[in-house]
Ligand binder design. Sequence first.
Ligand SMILES: CC(C)(COP(=O)(O)OP(=O)(O)OC[C@H]1O[C@@H](n2cnc3c(N)ncnc32)[C@H](O)[C@@H]1OP(=O)(O)O)[C@@H](O)C(=O)NCCC(=O)NCCS
Length: 157
Amino acid sequence: MHPPPATANVRVRRAEISDLDDLVALEDRTFDSDRMSRAQYRRHLDSTSARVLVASANHRQFLGTAVVFFRQRSSVARLYSLATRPEARGKGIGTVLVEAAEVAARQRRCRALRLEVRTDNHHAIGLYERGGYLRIGFLESYYEDGADGWRYEKVLR
Ligand SMILES: CC(C)(COP(=O)(O)OP(=O)(O)OC[C@H]1O[C@@H](n2cnc3c(N)ncnc32)[C@H](O)[C@@H]1OP(=O)(O)O)[C@@H](O)C(=O)NCCC(=O)NCCS
């Protein structure tokens, strides 16, 4: 096994059809509920209301993904999903993906990026708070399994 690469080699790009297997495999490994299906990913790849981003090392090794949703006539974008491959976590890839999601939202002239996170997801909450996200709401029994969530927002400048 090679050690996971440092983020210097990591690039974020728009997902393509050839990424579908990796996207679905990571989704299934990562989330027990509220999963996105292959068909949903497939639709989002071509949609103007979504941007699926992929982080990869040296343009090859798939490391993680972020999914951003946009709504017509809304200046608030939503970071719907974020996941790094388990072997590659804790190396800054999630942070790079969130920054790329912010760039995508700014390109769409959004004034803010919002997200929801489980209240017990301390790694993700730390990442978001370090990135300047502010807690703006509590979401009781928000997830399919009944878990509570926090809503966070970052105003994009
Ligand atoms: C949340 C998640 C995307 C973070 O991805 P990542 O690539 O590990 O992100 P980063 O390395 O940028 O930051 C992770 C932080 O978690 C901590 N961390 C350290 N080792 C870790 C590990 N092995 N696994 C997870 N987090 C770790 C670190 O504190 C790190 O912050 P730091 O900058 O202080 O070191 C990733 O843990 C993941 O895919 N989790 C499962 C899916 C999920 O919870 N998604 C978010 C839903 S809202």
